[in-house]
Design a protein around this ligand. Sequence first.
Ligand SMILES: NC(=O)c1ccc[n+]([C@@H]2O[C@H](COP(=O)([O-])OP(=O)(O)OC[C@H]3O[C@@H](n4cnc5c(N)ncnc54)[C@H](O)[C@@H]3O)[C@@H](O)[C@H]2O)c1
Length: 339
Amino acid sequence: MRRVKMAVIGAGTWGENHAMAFSTYPIVDLQYICDLDGDRARRLAEKVGCGWTDRIEEIASSDVEAVSIATPDHAHKGPCLAMIEAGKHILVEKPFTIDLAEGHEIIAAAEAKGVKLMVDFQLRWHPHYMGAKHFMESGELGEGVMGYARLSDTIHVPTEMLSWGSASGPEWFLFPHTMDVTRWILDEEPVEVFARGSRRVLKGMGIDAYDAIQALFQFERSFVTFETAWIIPDSYPTVVDNKFTLHGSKGRIELDSTPGIAISSDRYKYPFSSHAITRYGKPFAHFYESIRHFADCVLEDKEPAATGHDGLMATAMIQATLRSLEAGRPVRMDEVLAA
Ligand SMILES: NC(=O)c1ccc[n+]([C@@H]2O[C@H](COP(=O)([O-])OP(=O)(O)OC[C@H]3O[C@@H](n4cnc5c(N)ncnc54)[C@H](O)[C@@H]3O)[C@@H](O)[C@H]2O)c1
C-alpha cells in the first residue's frame, strides 16, 4: 500500500492533534514534526514516533509530499509559502490567514505550483453539523431564513492557553469555524455585516483583544447572528461553548455540540479532551477526521472538501466584521473583497 509521507509544522496544542491523527492513520507515513522550539518538536516526535527538526528548510528539502501547518493564527503565511514553494501539498489551520491579501497570495502560489490547499474547518466533519447540512440539502427544512451561531471560550483560552492572544482574538480564533460551517450549510454567500463588540475585560488584563462580538450577517436570502466571547468564567463546565440554530421556511435545526459526557469530581465538567477518548490504538473525535481527509485527498488525488477559497471567504467575513466594528456602520462584503 502506498503511504503519504507527511510532516507537521507547529507542535503546540493543535499541532499535537495533527500528529496524533497522522501517526495513527495507516495511509500516512509521518516523518517529521517541526517547531521553532526544538524541545517542543522533539517531545511531540518522541510521543508519536517520528523525526523532528527546528528548521523548516529541512522539511522543504525532504521528500515529504504533504505538510500540515498549525502555527499561531498570525503565522500561517510564512510556512504556507515555504512549503508550496517546495512543492508540498498543504493543510493549514483556521483561520486560513488574518489578512485577505495574504490569503490571495497563498492561493495564487498553490495554483501556480499545482499543489493541494486545504483549510482545516473541522466542523464540516462534526456529525451534528453534517446532520444539519444533510437536512438542509434534503429540502425538509425549506430555504434558510434566520440563524444564530455561537462559539465562545472560557477566559482560560486567552489568559492561559494561548501565548499569542493579543495577536489574534475571538474573531480570528473562533469565528472561522461558525462562519464557514454556516456558509456551507446555507449554501449562500454573505452580503453585508453590522457588528458590535467590547474591548474592556481582556484589555484590563493586558491582553489586547476583543472580549465579545456579535455580527449580524445578511446572506443572499437568510440573516445570521454570529456571537463569540473570550471571557466566560472558568467555572463554566466546558472550555468551548457552541450553539447553533437555523430557522428554515419549513423547519428548524437546533444543535448544541457540548460533549455528551458530564464528570463530577473536583468540579462539574464536560471534558474536552481528545486524550480521554484514545482507545483501540487511535484517537477518536470528529476533528481528527478533517485532518485525515487531507491525507485521503493527497493519496487519491482529490480536491479537499474545504478549500483555500472557503478559507478566504471566512477571512473576508471576519475582516468585514472588524471594519464594521471600527466604522460603526454596516459593511458590504464586496467592499472588502474588492480591496
Ligand atoms: N481546528 C481547531 O479546532 C483548532 C483548535 C485550536 C487551535 N487551532 C489553530 O491551530 C493553530 C495553532 O494553535 P495552537 O493552539 O496549537 O498554538 P500553540 O501556541 O499551542 O502552538 C503553536 C506552535 O507553533 C510554533 N511556531 C510558531 N511559528 C512557527 C514557525 N514559523 N515554524 C514552526 N513552528 C512555529 C510555536 O513555537 C508553537 O509551538 C492556530 O492557527 C489555531 O487557531 C485550531
